[in-house]
Write a protein that binds this ligand. Structure first.
Ligand code: PEP
Ligand code: MG
Length: 592
């Protein structure tokens, strides 16, 4: 008897939430290899014909996909396919390939790839944010045409006949746009990030997805049974009966609960005894704003503006930033958008040449420190935000402020940016509010002083915990020390909230601690005014707040502030939730 394969778990990045199970369908998406050959003069015409035919076929494919993709939810993303078509049909591309074949005598495959490299460089200089952003699309299209040249056809999403979980090294936006939810239950890719267009589309289509699994195509074979949890970023290969049962139940319960919770999306996040909080969303990419607001976010509490540059590998100028920010504040209006100024560095090192490798990047030229050095970049961004503020409610959030003089220097830059605009007669919101991220322990300890010079605070626990407890937030080895309920962290939080309220400014939290369902009671008790989180958590957190008592959570926090150890605080909180927690399904709290 053949032994049953063992269950195996793979972890990646949860790109689109949802739990699904099904049979693996491994797509052949390997990069097409070709040999570089010089061709004799008499073969030039033949090579040119081959390329012309291959490009025409690829364009034809795209048109077919576009016609077949009538799904309403992806209509706004079809411009991706249009831009792909534009690239393939641009005579500049074909002329360039012809020229390379004719003059350099390269074979069709080699000439095509050289031409794409040239086009990439040319597009870099064209004043079109969209085309410039999509550099990886050129490689994708190159590969597509190469496949026609080599006669080596890869599997297509369209040929999938039964409901499966797609496993692929890479999936393009065009692949994802073609996905029919009746046939594709979910997908897993070796590479890719949460901010890729593929991930955006997965969320728009609500297809659960895990990306960046690294070895998915190596570990998973066609026909393997898979359970995929797009919220946790987990893929289980050959799950045991118990795992399948467990995940089925969870999927069902989550689905039912989410439906119920979404019905309450317009209700205020108000406790039973009348304490009202603002729930807003964290956002990394502008294209997400529609989905983000659909969960009932009352604005964007944290827009991580640096992600726009990470995707492009360069820092856009004022004009380009202005257009992006203007579009965003208009979409989110009348709610506010907290535009956090560039937080480059540390784990968010962009591929930007002048940001050199540092020995200790988390403690180096990061964030506001970088901006105060590269004042040209900073002022461009400040002017862009100011200009956008005329079209909606924009607010500025300075990250990683460590003390008063840093804040004052940043504010001076802001004043200069305003003066520049006044001179040019550019309109902006004269009442634009400025806040700081409190994420460096020194800022938390100086909160009373800083509070006098800003309009609001937003606590970034991801970094505050990293810096206060001296643990690298991206290092798995010390992850067990990452303890939000550490007594030192609780004391810091208390100090910041009290200082803010004494100065009569609102205080929020935008670190991951605010997305953790169990910690909400603690944050409520501290008296936070606003919580900002990954948008899909908003309905759950609203539910908890609406069922909790502010007075009771205040007492909880008083007790917890006397705790001396994180573990004891965790246990105390769990016991408190069991005994005094609100009367809501246990699943809402996802109790361990
Ligand atoms: C934080 O540090 O908590 C935060 C929200 O910012 P980021 O995660 O982008 O560093
Ligand atoms: Mg931070």
């Amino acid at each position: 008897m053949v032994p049953r394969s063992r269950e195996k778990k793979l972890w990646g990045i949860g790109a689109a939430a949802g739990i699904v199970e099904g049979k693996a369908y491994v797509l052949n998406r390997k990069k097409t290899k070709f040999s570089k050959k010089y061709v004799p003069a008499e073969h030039v015409a033949r090579e040119i014909k081959r390329v012309e035919k291959a490009i025409a076929k690829a364009a034809e494919d795209l048109l077919k996909i576009k016609k077949a993709t009538a799904k309403e939810e992806v209509q706004e993303h079809l411009c991706i396919l249009d831009s792909h078509l534009m690239i393939l049909e641009d005579p500049m591309l074909l002329d360039s390939v012809r020229e390379i074949i004719t003059s350099a005598k390269k074979n069709a495959e080699w000439a095509l790839s050289s031409a794409f490299e040239n086009v990439k460089r040319i597009f870099d200089a064209i004043d079109s944010d969209y085309l410039r952003e999509r550099k990886s699309d050129f490689d994708y299209l190159n590969n597509w045409v190469l496949r026609y040249l080599s006669g080596n056809q890869e599997d297509s999403i369209a040929q999938i006949q039964e409901k499966v979980i797609v496993i692929s090294h890479y999936l393009s936006p065009a692949d994802t746009a073609q996905m029919d939810r009746r046939k594709v239950a979910g997908f897993v890719t070796d590479i890719g990030g949460k901010t890729s267009h593929t991930a955006i589309l997965a969320r728009a289509l609500k297809i659960p997805a895990v990306v960046g699994v690294e070895r998915a195509t190596v570990e998973i074979s066609n026909g393997d049974r898979i359970v995929l949890d797009g919220r946790e970023g987990l893929v289980i290969i050959n799950p045991t009966r118990e795992s399948i049962k467990q995940y089925r139940e969870r999927a069902l319960q989550y689905g039912n609960l989410e439906r119920i919770l979404l019905k309450e999306r317009d209700l205020p996040a108000e406790t039973v005894d009348g304490r009202r909080l603002i729930l807003s969303a964290n956002m990394e990419i502008v294209e997400e704003s529609h989905a983000v607001l659909s969960y009932g976010a009352e604005g964007i509490g944290l827009y991580r503006t640096e992600f726009l540059c990470l995707n492009q590998g360069r820092i856009p100028g004022e004009e380009e930033l202005f257009r992006v920010y203007k579009d965003l504040v208009q979409r989110v209006a009348p709610h506010p958008v907290n535009l956090r100024t560039f937080d480059f560095g540390s784990d968010k090192s962009p591929d930007i040449n002048h940001l050199e490798r540092e020995v200790n990047p988390a403690l180096g030229l990061r964030s506001i420190r970088y901006c105060l050095k590269e004042t040209g970049v900073f002022k461009d961004q400040l002017r862009a935000i100011l200009r956008a503020s005329h079209y909606g409610k924009a607010r500025i959030l300075f990250p990683m402020i460590s003390g008063l003089s840093e804040l004052r220097r940043a504010r001076e830059m802001y004043v200069e940016a305003r003066e520049d605009l006044i001179k040019k007669g550019e309109p902006f919101d004269p009442g634009l509010e400025i806040g700081i991220m409190v994420e460096v322990p020194s800022a938390a300890l100086m909160a009373d002083v800083l509070a006098r010079e800003v309009d609001f605070f937003s606590i970034g626990t991801n970094d505050l915990i990293q810096y206060a407890l001296a643990i690298d937030r991206v290092n798995k080895e010390v992850a067990y020390l990452y303890e939000p309920l550490h007594p030192a962290i609780l004391r810091l939080l208390k100090g910041v909230v009290d200082a803010a309220h004494l100065a009569k400014i609102p205080v929020g939290m935008c670190g991951e601690m605010a997305s953790d369902l169990r910690y909400i009671f603690v944050l409520l008790g501290f008296g936070f005014d606003q919580l900002s989180m990954v948008s899909s958590m908003i309905p759950w957190i609203r539910k908890i707040i609406r069922s909790a008592s502010f007075r009771e959570t205040g007492r909880l926090v008083e007790r917890m502030l006397q705790g001396t150890e994180s573990r004891a605080n965790e246990e105390f909180l769990s016991a408190w939730i069991r005994e005094k927690g609100p009367d809501i399904p246990e699943m809402v709290l996802d109790m361990p």
